[in-house]
Design a binder for this molecule. Sequence first.
Ligand code: KG4
Ligand code: ZN
Length: 345
Amino acid sequence: MKILAIESSCDESAIAVLDAWQGRDFPKFKILSSVVSSQIKLHAKFGGVVPNLASREHAKNLLPVLDLVLKKAGIKKSELGKKITVLAVTEGPGLIPCLVIGSSFAKILAWNFKLPLIPVNHLEGHLYSNWLEHGSDIKFPAICLIVSGGHTQLLLLKDAYSKKLLGETRDDAAGEAFDKIARMLNLGYPGGPAIDRVSQSGNSDAFKLPRPMVNSNDFDFSFSGLKTAVLYLVKKMAPEELVEKTPDIAASAQMAIVETLAKKTIKAAQQHNAKIILVAGGVAANKKLQEYLSAQANLPVYFPPKELNTDNAIMVGMAAYFKFLKSKNKSFPWQKVEANANLNI
Ligand code: KG4
Ligand code: ZN
């Protein structure tokens, strides 16, 4: 079936067209076209995403992005209703003004072309992005670590559909910690990629930073203490010293985040006899996390392909197909779709 998927939960206006079908053992996907219009430059000036500016950009960008996606997929706008089987859109979680623009846009398309509209949970999008390249390797039970700008969650998957939340962050998400620490180090926005880059020339043992809750008896996380520890460290330094020590501070903070994420993920995998570990979300792009978790875990660890780590619409289309398979004959009317900033997985 051909899926046209729309993502607008934060600062990327993204649309993709994909083909999805049930392979012998697992769902398969072929990407026909995908466009991501990023607003990073706009928000960088403010050091983070400004929700109202972001929604205005989505309203401006979604139609040109649709034109481009259809052109790349070789579909005429007038044929959309015939060439596409189903539409999909992120309904949450995310920034409400942004979700409202994307879901309204999708509803108008569904109404006009008389197509079903599948509402998708953004976090399920991140999770299922792993099936694009690793579908044949995914075995159950599996542990999935979702690490994005807004969420840090550990999930237990008994199969592709049954997800149990084992734990999550009690304060800042891992991506948020990267972004806030990067701001203290004057590294700009988004902070994760900047810290990843700068850390390569730093010493991760240079500063002893806390690993909050790393040994707690649950699967929750907390990153605000680490953020405060970095703030105190930075405040004590003269501007020149801060510039000189930035790679070491970045590398030490990155190691504290990576070690905490990895230890809890491995503990969850051991406790639930997981066969594999999946990682997803923007922070899954982090090189140290990829290297450290793969080396420490005694079982296969999979990450999505590079272009699927951060927000995109391909993952929304993939999650929609899983939802379609699970729901059997549900008709997915557009009237049922409602943006929800706090949607749970
Ligand atoms: O999944 P995502 O694109 O958006 C949300 O759903 O939130 O994740 C964005 C987050 C940002 O906090 C960004 O700093 C972080 O992912 N990120 C990284 C890297 N690339 C993106 N964090 C660490 N290392 C990276 N290479
Ligand atoms: Zn995301």
